[in-house]
Design a protein around this ligand. Structure first.
Ligand code: SDX
Length: 432
């Protein structure tokens, strides 16, 4: 193997350059030395949507799209989904190591005791329209939390960061459940500290007049696994936003609100909601060939299929498919699952999907489980946001503490008009 360098010849000038290669990448700033017209004419790298650009160095999550690998801090997601809990995984993502029993107990206890919201947040939720999308309420209320915790601005104080991280992980389910209750005109069900993280969320979603809500252990575990599977995913769109907002040294509540806003998009975390709407639109297995034809023609996208990184199976989709069986054994068979399974079978045998390397992603089956558990379809991206919060926070903190990082400010290739002047203004009159 030769030197870890790239030799570049600029044919415009005949000059040769040696560009160092580090960890399989070149530093885009090294291209600035390749000039053709004096200082300031150095080359830029042009990469809309960052198809082939690393924005950071990260030790949190590893994905291999060709081999369908997803690891959180080196642990395969399959093992964590099988043997761990969401709060244990959240600790792992943020601290880099699994907690010992004492750390785990303190972590769970701290989060359990931060689930309450200031009563004024409830009043804020009450002001939303009755049919406000819960994701819009979540984005608004997470941002509003930054005004309740001004100490969150002290981002380089480790103890303050830990407190805000606890608050955000703890309060996301409460905000989510209160948004859902608001939509149906139900009184808010307050957190029950006797329950697990997932169990308490089900309690806040569905406690009615019973004195104590008792979650189904199967649904509680299924939800915990789904949260694990959504916990982080390296530099996805919403995480990129979290890091960018964090790079301006905004507080973590404002950064999380921005990340949630990015996740809301139907191409990202909003896809699980669109999958359910798509399956309902297809309506029956017999209608699948017609629908796939519309996708092949480019008229539609098959929601829940495709991924920027996974060009084979999304490993999370595989695990979620198994969780679906456990949930449906309790909730009863879902005709939507039958349509989804047949749609997957047809799509995977179709040359359009084979050619475009499109496979089911995390959103293809998750919505079916959420629907079976009883969540309204609008809540699906909110559930994604609850799961992704520890990942956003781990990435935010890593970016903040990375000495190679500074405020995110990309360059551009200018394609607009050359200098021109308003009518009546003579060019020479303009002093430079
Ligand atoms: C998530 O990044 C992450 O890690 C995200 C995520 C996470 O955990 O954070 O994994 C979560 O967002 C999962 C993705 C959920 N979104 C969807 O399911 C929406 C449907 N999927 C697509 O819109 C698309 O596949 C994306 C957005 C997921 C990926 O888009 P890319 O990588 O930018 O690919 P592209 O849009 O450039 O498409 C490449 C080609 C195009 O065809 P051509 O123009 O080259 O002929 O593939 C086609 C696209 O039309 N294509 C699809 C398709 N996805 C891509 N055609 C039909 N159906 C689809 N779903």
């Amino acid at each position: 193997m030769g030197d870890e360098t790239l030799t570049v010849t600029d044919n415009r000038t005949g000059r040769r350059y040696e560009v160092p290669i580090r960890d399989g990448a070149i530093a885009a700033t090294d291209l600035q030395k390749i000039t053709s017209d004096g200082p300031g004419s150095g080359l830029l790298s042009y990469d809309p949507a960052f198809l082939n650009t690393a924005s950071c160095r990260s030790a949190i999550t590893f994905i291999d799209g060709e081999r369908s690998i997803l690891r959180y801090r080196g642990y395969p997601v399959e093992e964590l989904a099988e043997r761990s809990s969401f709060l244990e995984v959240a600790y792992l993502l943020i601290h880099g190591e699994l907690p010992d029993p004492t750390q785990h107990r303190q972590w769970v206890d701290a989060i359990t005791h931060h689930t309450l919201l200031h009563e004024n947040i409830k009043k804020l939720i009450d002001t939303f329209h009755h049919d406000a999308h819960p994701m819009g309420i979540l984005v608004g209320t997470v941002g509003a939390l930054s005004t309740f915790y001004p100490d969150a601005k002290d981002i380089f104080n480790e103890e303050s960061r830990r407190l805000q991280i606890l608050r955000l992980i703890a309060k996301m389910p409460t905000l989510a459940a209160f948004a859902a209750r608001h939509a149906v005109g139900m009184p808010y069900a307050y957190p029950d500290n006797d329950l697990s993280y997932a169990g308490n969320f089900l309690n806040m979603m569905w406690k009615a007049t019973e004195l104590k809500y008792e979650p189904s252990p199967v649904l509680e575990r299924a939800l915990d696994v789904l949260l694990i599977l959504h916990a982080d995913h390296e530099q996805n769109c919403s995480t990129n936003v979290m890091r960018a907002v964090g790079s301006s040294h905004a507080d973590p509540f404002s950064a999380t609100a921005a990340a949630a806003a990015a996740l809301y998009g139907p191409l990202h975390g909003g896809a699980n909601e669109q999958v359910l709407r798509m399956l309902k639109e297809i309506g029956s297995v017999s209608k699948i060939p017609e629908y796939v034809k519309r996708v092949r023609s480019g008229e539609l996208r098959l929601m829940g299929f495709g991924h920027r990184v996974y060009k084979n199976y999304d490993p999370r989709a595989q695990i979620i498919k198994k969780v679906a069986d456990d949930v449906l054994a309790v909730t009863g068979r879902s005709p939507l699952l039958d349509i989804a399974l047949e749609l997957e079978r047809v799509a995977l045998a179709d040359d359009y999907f084979i050619k475009h390397r499109l496979y089911p992603n995390v959103d293809f089956y998750s919505g079916i489980i959420y629907a079976a558990i009883g969540f309204p379809v609008e809540m699906f991206p909110v559930l994604f946001a609850i799961g992704r919060t520890p990942g956003w926070l781990a990435q935010w903190q890593e970016g903040l503490l990375d000495p190679e990082q500074k405020i995110a400010r990309p360059r551009q290739v200018y394609t607009g008009p050359a200098e021109r002047h308003l009518p009546g203004v003579r060019a020479e009159a303009i002093s430079r």
